[in-house]
Unconditional design. Structure first.
Length: 344
């Protein structure tokens, strides 16, 4: 009993049904993360002088691109989950069952963001700096979905924060345990395990704090905030990835995502240094959308009142001035003859 109380229990299920409609915790966490990233990015963009609403407009392009890119990365790096004997290739499109690679989401999401920034006439590096903290917090929220899916955990541990993982049962589809329910809390043989999703969640929040502090302290610009986020995240993702025990492809003894983290860390550090030579951060006026009204433009609803007086008619005060007799100058007034007195 004492051993059980010293561990973290897993949820019994990650999917609930409202009639025929499945409600998935993983999907709700992804949506919540996207909302937080957009909301925070919008505030940061406006605080730097950017046009309000630009981040929301950018998200219309970046979010769909990012979801597709995240799924593509997952499928490409783990093809055996979908294209080997006994697997259903159509499950590659079942994004609701989990499986989004952050680097695919960032890469293709950047393409969508670039399209939006070009349409708005704003620099992509500045936009990346604005949304960087929100992205890493969104990743942290997404890890809560992994907790409900009972996935992405590590090896057995006796530490007090070990995670209890249970057998789940799905009588409708015995092979689809992701939609199953843990009845009786029967632990898996490796339980309790390292909650690596929780490690990454905490690490992501720390990276967000680091990025915000550095941005305020050093006034970073030209994509350096985003580069700092990538460098900070990959450091944690690298060692946490090596703790995980889920199936993954390896290259030279290391998981693919570990190699990706190493390469991206180096690239982010190089970019951070080189971008620093571009000088101070972007000026606020460069962040205004090209379709936004300028500071000296009069809004449409505040048109000045037009003068309704006829153009050819002189104003009344001009008529009065014209009709008034002009005063004679001193030269035009004849001098008076001196009056004779009795003394003359």
């Amino acid at each position: 009993m004492s051993a059980y109380l010293a561990t973290i229990p897993s949820p019994d299920q990650g999917v609930w049904h409202l009639g025929p409609i499945p409600v998935r915790a993983y999907a709700l966490c992804i949506i919540a993360g996207i909302i937080v990233a957009i909301w925070w990015g919008e505030r940061r963009w406006a605080a730097r002088g950017g046009t309000k609403g630009t981040v929301i407009d950018m998200a219309v392009y970046a979010v769909p691109f990012g979801l597709v890119g995240g799924r593509l990365y997952h499928v490409i790096t783990d093809p055996e989950l979908y294209f080997t004997e006994g697997k259903n290739p159509w499950n590659a499109f079942a994004i609701w069952d989990g499986g989004l690679g952050i680097w695919g989401a960032i890469a293709l999401g950047a393409v969508g963001a670039l399209i939006a920034c070009r349409r708005k006439g704003v620099p992509l590096p500045a936009m990346a700096d604005a949304i960087a903290p929100g992205i890493v917090v969104a990743q942290a929220i997404g890890r809560i979905g992994n907790y409900f899916n009972q996935e992405l955990y590590g090896a057995h541990t006796d530490l007090p924060w070990g995670l209890e993982v249970y057998q789940r049962f799905n009588p409708d589809d015995p092979n689809n345990l992701l939609n199953g329910v843990a009845t009786g809390h029967i632990p898996l043989p490796e339980s309790p395990v390292h909650p690596t999703f929780l490690y990454e969640l905490i690490w992501n929040l720390l990276v967000a704090l680091l990025v915000v502090w550095a941005d305020r302290r050093f006034k970073l610009g030209h994509g350096r905030v985003f580069a700092l986020y990538v460098a900070g995240y990959t450091v944690g993702r690298g060692w946490i990835e090596m703790m995980r025990t889920d199936t993954a492809n390896h290259i030279l003894g290391l998981r693919v995502n570990v190699w990706t983290s190493i390469l991206l860390f180096v690239a982010a550090v190089v970019y951070f240094v080189l971008a620093g030579k571009r000088g101070p951060r972007e000026l606020p006026e460069t962040l205004r959308s090209k379709d936004a009204p300028g500071p000296d433009e009069t809004p449409v609803d505040d048109k000045p009142v037009e003068d309704t007086a006829p153009k050819d008619e002189e104003p009344e005060h001009a008529k009065v001035a014209a009709e008034a007799p002009a005063e004679k100058s001193a030269e035009e007034v004849p001098a008076e003859e001196p009056k004779k007195t009795d003394e003359s």
